[in-house]
Design a binder for this molecule. Structure first.
Ligand code: NI
Length: 221
């Protein structure tokens, strides 16, 4: 399941991220954080994790973990890693799959958080290879695409302007993508039922029981 989530970052935090991406951070070759295969395909810049960046990342992590939709879709146990990336004209990231383990933790979901407007650069779409075909994404600032780390994906060459994003990985309490999707669907049904029915509806109680018991069955804490 691919999920586009709007307005994940509050405006002030988005501003802080943007200002680091544009002027505040020191950038190094992105190959430094890629696995051996991805290294050959990765051509971008990444911010060196200094004190200012770490402080902003702590806030981004908090925003992600506190976001209702992110929680419902990803069931995060931890944010494994965050990177601030910059693609200038001519830069791209060829087709690859993300590392399964980072810093000793399994990566279940990947995400790209878009920092600047799609009009500010040409090219630079994030393309996800799905069974039904490829899908390309360029999203509004502060929005993110959440997708299973099992997917092949790439970033198309930026032909002009600059693409600024935060990419990251989530270790989920629920390893299996299908199980996460079932739980996510249940969460949406519960929200819809809650919106139109009294809280003491017995069918809603059963739905809540099912959601909790599936989570109990599938979660690895
Ligand atoms: Ni990747």
């Amino acid at each position: 399941m691919l999920l586009q989530i709007a307005q994940v970052l509050p405006p002030t935090l988005l501003e802080q991220c943007l200002s680091l991406a544009q002027t505040g951070a020191q950038f190094v070759d992105g190959k430094q954080t890629a696995g051996w295969h991805a290294k050959e395909r990765k051509n971008n810049l990444q911010a060196r994790p200094d004190v200012a960046l770490k402080a902003v990342f702590a806030q981004v992590e908090k925003a992600l973990l506190g976001h209702q939709l992110v929680n419902a879709a990803a069931r995060p146990k931890a944010i494994v890693r965050l990177l601030l990336s910059r693609y200038q004209a001519g830069m791209s990231y060829g087709t690859h799959v993300d590392d399964a383990i980072m810093s000793g933790q399994r990566t279940d979901l990947s995400f790209t958080l878009f920092l600047n407007a799609p009009e500010q650069y040409e090219g630079g779409s994030l393309v996800i290879d799905e069974p039904a075909g490829e899908r390309a994404f360029k999203m509004e600032p502060g929005s993110m695409l959440l997708y299973p780390s099992t997917s092949l994906h790439r970033v198309e060459p930026v032909t002009s302007g600059e693409r600024l994003v935060i990419v990251g990985w989530i270790r989920s309490l629920v390893r299996d993508a299908q199980e996460r999707e079932i739980l996510f669907d249940l969460e949406r049904i519960i929200a819809a039922q809650r919106a139109k029915q009294a809280a003491d509806d017995p069918a809603l109680e059963l739905l809540l029981k099912t959601r909790s018991n599936l989570l109990r069955k599938w979660a690895e804490d």
